[in-house]
Design a binder for this molecule. Structure first.
Ligand code: ASP
Length: 447
C-alpha cells in the first residue's frame, strides 16, 4: 500500500524558482497534494548558465556599497527579476515599499547577512501571494546563539509553536536572527538547512527537497556516463559518500531531520514524475532498497605510510606508538588498515609532503620497523552499500573487477559495520577504479 502523508515540508531550490515558468511548475507541485503544507523557498537562481543568482546580485550590491561604488544597476536588475515574475504570474502584489526598505538599509551600511537574505525574503512573499499561503518571516522563528551558532532548541520551540495552528505557510530559506536581533544567514546553499529545521518543527512525515536533478547518482557523472540514480539511501551511507567527496546535501541540513528520524526525498521540479532519491533512517521495508551497492565515491590526495615488522601483533602498544608519532607531528590520520605484520596509515598528502624524512626517522625511533615506505599520490575510493553486510564475495568481486582492468590495489579497508569497503589505488587509476566497480555492480545485464 502507498504510504499516505499527512504533512510534507517542501523546499524549492533557486533553479525551481528562477522564473515565472519555474514558479508555475513549483506551484503545481505544491498544490497537487494537500499534504504539502509548509514551503521553504530559495532566492531566484540562474535561468541559464551565464545568468546571475539574485543572492549574488545582492552580495554584489553590498560589496559595492561598502566600497562606496555605485550599486544601483545591480539593484535595478534584482527589482526587475521579481517584477517580471510578479507580472508574468498575473499577481497584483507590489514590492516597491520592500525594495525601498532594503535600499535604505544598504545606504545606512547594513550587514552582508541582511542584504544576502533579502533574496529569500522577497521570493517568499511572491510565492506566498501566488499560492495563497501565509508568509512567516524566518527572522522571527529561526535563531542563532551568542556564539553565532544555530540555536536548534530555541528555534524548535518557537517555530513549532508558531506553526502549530497554521494550516499552510511559506517560510523563506537561508536566514534567521542573530543573538542581537539582526538578520543572520546560514552558509551558502543554506535553504536546505531551513527546510530540515521546519520539517523537524512540524514533525513532518517527509522533507521533500525539490531541485533540478532526479536525486543523487550512484557515482560521479563526469567519470561514468549517465550513472543510475540512487533510489534509497540511509543517513549513514550518505555520510560515508559525502565524506568521500560526493557532493550531496549540506551536512547541517541532514542533522535536524536525522535527529527526528524524518526521511528526505530529493526530487526534480522539471521531472516531477521521477521518484528521486529517498534518504531514510533505516531502509527496512522500502521497496527498491535491495541494491548491493548504494553508491561509489572517491577522493585524490592521500599518501600511505606502510610499516612492516615481523611479529608486530605480539608487541604490546605497537599501534599506539605508531599513531603517537603522527599526533606528535600534528598530523591527522584518515584510515588504519592493518594485517598481522603490516600496518598502513593513510594520511592527507598535503600534510606529509616535505616531511617524509621526519616521519620515517620518528617511526624508526618509536617502533624500529623492518621496513617502512611512504607511497604518495593515492586515491581512496569508497564502495558504500548497507546490503554488502553479510553478502559473501563482495570484496572478491571488487578485487577481480579491478584486476581485469589492471588496477593494483594498494590498500583495502572494510569498516566493521560492513557498510563500506575503501580501496586505495594510485591516482592514475582513479577513474578506471570507479568505472570498473560501477560496471561490476551497478549495471544490470539483460539476459
Ligand atoms: N540563496 C542562497 C544561496 O544562493 C541560499 C540557497 O539557495 O539555499 O546560497
Amino acid at each position: 500500500m502507498e504510504k499516505v502523508y499527512q504533512t510534507k515540508v517542501v523546499k524549492f531550490g533557486g533553479s525551481s524558482l528562477a522564473s515565472a515558468e519555474q514558479f508555475k511548475k513549483s506551484a503545481n507541485i505544491i498544490l497537487a497534494e494537500e499534504s504539502r503544507r509548509f514551503v521553504v523557498p530559495s532566492a531566484p537562481g540562474k535561468r541559464f548558465s551565464e545568468d546571475t543568482k539574485v543572492t549574488d546580485l545582492l552580495i554584489s550590491c553590498y560589496k559595492k556599497s561598502a566600497r562606496g561604488d555605485d550599486w544601483s544597476a545591480d539593484f535595478a536588475e534584482i527589482k526587475n527579476r521579481y517584477n517580471s515574475i510578479i507580472a508574468e504570474l498575473g499577481l497584483t502584489l507590489n514590492l516597491d515599499s520592500e525594495y525601498a526598505i532594503i535600499e535604505e538599509n544598504l545606504k545606512k551600511g547594513t550587514t552582508i547577512d541582511y542584504t544576502a537574505s533579502r533574496g529569500e525574503y522577497l521570493n517568499g512573499m511572491v510565492l506566498a501571494n501566488y499560492i495563497g499561503y501565509e508568509f512567516v518571516d524566518s527572522a522571527e522563528v529561526i535563531f542563532f546563539d551568542e556564539n553565532g551558532k544555530f540555536d536548534a532548541e530555541k528555534t524548535n520551540t518557537v517555530l513549532s509553536a508558531r506553526l502549530a495552528d497554521k494550516e499552510r505557510a511559506v517560510i523563506p530559506g537561508f536566514y534567521g536572527s542573530a543573538f542581537d536581533g539582526s538578520v543572520k544567514t546560514f552558509s551558502r546553499g543554506g535553504s536546505d538547512v531551513t527546510g530540515a529545521i521546519v520539517a523537524r518543527a512540524v514533525s513532518a512525515d517527509i522533507y521533500e527537497n525539490w531541485t533540478d536533478v532526479s536525486g543523487f547518482l550512484m557515482c560521479d557523472p563526469r567519470i561514468v556516463n549517465n550513472p543510475r540514480p540512487i533510489k534509497v539511501i540511509t543517513y549513514r551511507e550518505l555520510r560515508e559518500l559525502s565524506y568521500m567527496g560526493a557532493s550531496v546535501l549540506h551536512e547541517d541540513s541532514i542533522f535536524p531531520v536525522k535527529l527526528a528520524g524524518i526521511p528526505i526525498n530529493i526530487r526534480n521540479t522539471n521531472r516531477p514524475e521521477d521518484a528521486g532519491t529517498l534518504i531514510v533512517p533505516s531502509a527496512e521495508g522500502y521497496k527498491d532498497a535491495d541494491e548491493l551497492i548504494t553508491g561509489i565515491a572517491g577522493k585524490n590526495g592521500f599518501a600511505i605510510v606502510r610499516i612492516e615488522k615481523d611479529m608486530m601483533n605480539q608487541e604490546l602498544g605497537f599501534g599506539m606508538r605508531v599513531l603517537k608519532v603522527f599526533s606528535d607531528l600534528g598530523m591527522q590520520f584518515e584510515h588504519l588498515p592493518s594485517g598481522i605484520d603490516t600496518m598502513s596509515v593513510v594520511v592527507h598528502e598535503d600534510e606529509i609532503k616535505g616531511r617524509e624524512d621526519e616521519v620515517i626517522a620518528a617511526m624508526k625511533e618509536a617502533v624500529n620497523p623492518d621496513f617502512i615506505e611512504i607511497v604518495p599520490s593515492i586515491s581512496l575510493v569508497a564502495i558504500v552499500g548497507r546490503n554488502m553486510a553479510g553478502t559473501p564475495g563482495t570484496a572478491a568481486r571488487i578485487f577481480s573487477a579491478l584486476a581485469r582492468v589492471g588496477v593494483n590495489i594498494r590498500m583495502i579497508d572494510q569498516g566493521s559495520s560492513e557498510l563500506n569497503i575503501i580501496v586505495g589505488v594510485d591516482e592514475s587509476a582513479f577513474r578506471r577504479t570507479i568505472k570498473s566497480i560501477y560496471l561490476e555492480f551497478c549495471i544490470e545485464y539483460e539476459l
